[in-house]
Design a protein around this ligand. Sequence first.
Ligand SMILES: Cc1cc2nc3c(=O)[nH]c(=O)nc-3n(C[C@H](O)[C@H](O)[C@H](O)COP(=O)(O)O)c2cc1C
Length: 164
Amino acid sequence: MKSIILYYSRSRKTAAAAKALANEISANIVEIEDLKGRSGVLNYIGSSIEAFREIKTRIKPEILDLGGYDLIYIGTPVWAGKPAPAIVTAIDKYNFQGKDVILFATLGGSGGKSTIKRMEEKIEARGGRIITSFSIRTTGKKMYEIREEIKGIVEEMDLKIYGI
Ligand SMILES: Cc1cc2nc3c(=O)[nH]c(=O)nc-3n(C[C@H](O)[C@H](O)[C@H](O)COP(=O)(O)O)c2cc1C
């Protein structure tokens, strides 16, 4: 079963998790970029509002052929209890019909469940099948700690079995 990890990351924590995951399960990995500037304090508020309202954004890659993959991981930071706009946009643009999907979120403190739930709803509405999901808290954690946590999750959830 061929696996790919898709992720968006503003401050590189989800990126660290996604890369560690790719390493552990030997999957391909694609970063989804948000072409709208998201740095700075003002953007934090604006981005939270956009995420909460599920406002779409411009992403790169705009088109992604997932045809060669059976299992797709999607990773997002939690923004205002929702997936980041780049991930909402990617779920709408890419074709998840008939795909097995594993979701993950990184978060400061709360909103992991609502974020995963919203992604589940969107993927299922597009013909994808949710296998499992997990989220990790990143506040106060160093990148290596996030990578270590991912290793633990892969073990605990036996994620390697899905890639066989
Ligand atoms: C615009 C914005 C909104 C956020 N909203 C939440 C939130 O509702 N709940 C939460 O626990 N963390 C929230 N966070 C924190 C991030 O989810 C957390 O730091 C995440 O690990 C960052 O991932 P990244 O480094 O891949 O961008 C928010 C961060 C940003 C930038």
